[in-house]
Design a binder for this molecule. Structure first.
Ligand SMILES: C[C@](O)(CO)[C@H](O)COP(=O)(O)OP(=O)(O)OC[C@H]1O[C@@H](n2ccc(N)nc2=O)[C@H](O)[C@@H]1O
Ligand SMILES: Nc1ncnc2c1ncn2[C@@H]1O[C@H](COP(=O)(O)OP(=O)(O)OP(=O)(O)O)[C@@H](O)[C@H]1O
Length: 283
């Protein structure tokens, strides 16, 4: 019998590179990006209710429950599967919002996979990923749970296995709006598509970086600081900045230099998301 209560991780992601190829008629941008997970994230706890209600018990500053991706994912899955059960949800939120590390999208994916399990719906990954895409471009990769080269708006995924270094992720104290960056007239939108597979070395650029760095001095500072120790990169549309290190000790050493005004965390890169490792262990 399936347990009626479940705690699951909701990991962060990094975009190891991000190219913008063009803009579609609906305003969304065609991308090529490389996703890898971090062994670092939020934790969601779910408890089944039999009255059909969907209740999030943790308050989010600035995000009403009706627009929270956790609640939206749960309601959409309940509706589309015609499930009569409900759910109580709690979250231990550690991922910064508007940081480009996919917290909201990851929470939505953890909710979809957790409820599929607890409500015993038997939906396959294709169906859950398609539902996830309607909630956000980054949701499908979290549903699939494997590092991937992504195309389209992020939904055409090819699993890949890049190196898994330790990362130091800097968290500038500013939230960047993804929509605002994608609508900036100065954004580069005509990078030629990479046609060779696997993606050749040296394609580590993020096309959003010049626009984000121009708008946010906090992000510029973080890039300058980390750039003294390793190649410093922007994830997604920011605000987080990251760099890889061969060992935890080396990442920790740089992390120890951070001040109260610029914080960060050290985490291992992972090609199989910790959500999927946990779900696998339940089977
Ligand atoms: C930048 C990335 O984080 C890279 O992983 C993602 O592409 C963004 O994914 P996301 O946060 O799930 O984005 P969504 O919530 O789907 O979109 C937020 C807004 O960003 C813009 N947007 C997003 C993705 C994309 N490929 N093109 C866009 O133009 C759209 O204006 C959209 O209204
Ligand atoms: N469960 C949630 N967690 C975080 N943000 C949420 C959630 N639900 C809705 N949001 C909204 O989504 C916005 C983007 O949050 P998110 O944490 O996904 O940003 P991000 O890391 O920049 O994402 P991405 O890398 O996908 O662009 C938040 O500012 C918030 O308004």
């Amino acid at each position: 019998m399936t347990a009626a209560r479940l705690t699951l991780p909701s990991p962060a992601k990094l975009n190891l590179m991000l190219h913008i190829l063009g803009r579609r008629e609906d305003g969304y941008h065609e991308l090529q990006t490389l996703f890898q997970f971090l062994d670092y994230g939020d934790e969601l706890t779910f408890a089944v209710r039999d009255d059909g209600a969907i209740q999030l018990h943790t308050e989010f500053a600035g995000v009403p429950h009706d627009s929270n991706l956790i609640v939206r994912a749960a309601k959409m899955l309940q509706q589309q599967s015609a499930c009569a059960l409900g759910i109580d949800i709690w979250i231990d939120k550690v991922l910064p919002m508007g940081g480009g590390i996919g917290g909201g999208s990851s929470n939505a994916a953890t909710t979809l996979l957790g409820l599929n399990h607890l409500w015993q719906l038997g939906w396959d990954e294709d169906r859950l990923a398609a539902l996830g895409l309607s909630l956000g471009a980054d949701v499908p990769v979290f549903v699939r749970g494997h590092a991937a080269f992504a195309e389209g708006v992020g939904e055409k995924l090819t699993p890949v296995d890049p190196e898994e270094p330790w990362y130091l992720v800097l968290v500038p104290q500013v939230a960047v709006s993804t929509a605002e960056i994608f609508s900036d007239p100065l954004l580069t939108r005509n990078t030629p598509p990479i046609k060779v597979r696997p993606v050749p070395e040296g394609n580590s650029r993020n096309d959003c970086l010049p626009v984000v760095a121009r708008r946010y001095p906090e992000v510029r500072n973080a890039l300058d600081l980390l750039g003294k120790f390793t190649e410093a990169k922007l994830t997604g549309t920011g605000s987080c900045v990251f760099g890889g290190f061969p060992s935890k000790a080396e990442a920790d050493k740089v992390s120890a230099l951070l001040t109260e005004t610029l914080t960060g965390f050290v985490a291992k890169g992972s090609n199989v998301s910790m959500l999927h490792r946990k779900l696998q262990s339940l089977l």
